[in-house]
Design a protein around this ligand. Sequence first.
Ligand SMILES: C[S@@+](CC[C@H](N)C(=O)[O-])C[C@H]1O[C@@H](n2cnc3c(N)ncnc32)[C@H](O)[C@@H]1O
Length: 222
Amino acid sequence: MDERHSWASPEYVAEWIGQDVIEDVLRLPRSISVGLVADDDLAVERVIDLGAGPGAYLEAFLTAFPAAEGVWIDASEPMEEAARTRLASFGDRVVFRQADASRPDALDLPPAQVITTSRMVHHFPADAIERLYRTVHDALTPGGWFFNLDHLGSPDGWEPRYRRVRSQLIARSRDPKDRHAHDHPFHPVSDHLAWLRSAGFATPDVAWKTFFSALLVGRREH
Ligand SMILES: C[S@@+](CC[C@H](N)C(=O)[O-])C[C@H]1O[C@@H](n2cnc3c(N)ncnc32)[C@H](O)[C@@H]1O
């Protein structure tokens, strides 16, 4: 990946946050995630967000569940700075950890009722996603919830159509070169559902989808 587009670069991170054109669109799937957990009447003590970036997912959960602690995990130092600012009002309810989520065996996740991740996993190769899903499943307490809000592969021909229409409805970032690179095509929904099932989630589903972005949801059995 071009160094300019690295999440380690403070300039790139500031630019990405300033041009996050689908941030508003993702409010609905984040609210759906919060709503599904609230509907389950689960005592939420800990929420972990992987590749948390500026912290929008944690913000939604910590607001809805005032007794919960948040664990922010991301590999980027400049993102940690941005998240510390955005999440400052939650004080010591948020624990910050820099770690590489593409090496899940070393993540050492504490038990949690909810684990979220958004717009990170599509950067990973298939085997890293499978291992991450297993690690997440094993860290969840019985009845716990996993949400992956991410960009997923579409059947042949659909992604270019989606991109054309999406750019008419949602403002584009200023310069296409400034959008970050993807090393491989997005993995299809069917692959994600199969990996979630083999990780132990009995009935994973797609709770929301707009164009090629979707909310995958899995619940650990009691
Ligand atoms: C597109 S941003 C999304 C941020 C946030 N989840 C959101 O949706 O607003 C991707 C984030 O994933 C993080 N990330 C990318 N690869 C990672 C890895 N291997 N381990 C941990 N974090 C990673 C980046 O640092 C960045 O904060």
